[in-house]
Design a protein around this ligand. Sequence first.
Ligand code: MN
Ligand code: MN
Length: 297
Amino acid sequence: MEEDAREKYIQAGKIAAQVMERGLREVRAGKRLLELAEFVESEIERLGGKPAFPVNISVNHIAAHYSPTAWDETRFEENDLVKLDIGVHVDGYIADIARSIVVGGEKNELILASEEALQRAIEIIRPGVRTSEIGAAVEETIRRHGFKPVENLTGHRLGRYSLHGGMTVPNVRTRHGDVLREGDVVAIEPFATTGAGRVVDEKEAIIFRYLRDRPLRMRESRAILAYVKKNFGGLPFAERWVAHLAPRHRLQLALRELAYSGAIYAYRILREKKRAPVAQAEHTVMVTSDGCVVTTG
Ligand code: MN
Ligand code: MN
């Protein structure tokens, strides 16, 4: 990898790790999720990065893809299991980090299981390791704690301005796997649950991504599409980030038209199938000649 790219990955990782520490300290009962989201995203910019995706703040049985709307009144409640998932990029080089926390409480077993699974995975990463071996290590660790890994959520390779660089890293043992090579940058993200070990889609989406230009009926749809193409390119954006472009009702109609027409991709909110709590731990690692470096460590 080019030295310039390596430095930017490391810089993005440092920003992400710092913002995570600050963000976690702001999680307390009574606080609005929207306030935390705005704090996290402004801290990223203050430290010299840009959000690589809207901060995900997913609570209890919501596993991923929740980000507060501009009108969100949701507040943290005592004992909520909160997953804070932060993405930072510097010139397109991305760091992706997630931690879980219990509001007003100590780390529970589920969180410890996801964190230990992440550590086990990081320990075995080196050139030549198969993603299936990583999945097996994650699954074994989580099952040893008496929980299930979420089988249909995975880690992923990162590319410049790309969150999914064509390779996934499973959280369960798989038959086949890709081989990691020196220079690969991958996000490892075990999810542990007491439920079925699967997530399902909710109908609602709050996070989207530009896909292609399409003919559109609504004026607001055309304005939103031009704006997100210019400002976020192929990286995800939040409904909140385009809320200034239309009144609430028109905004939601426009986003629906955009998703339906195939102009944008809608990341539906993902919940655990049995509505059981889910914990997540995530780091971004760069594969080196003899192991890996945790950029978000
Ligand atoms: Mn993440
Ligand atoms: Mn990720």
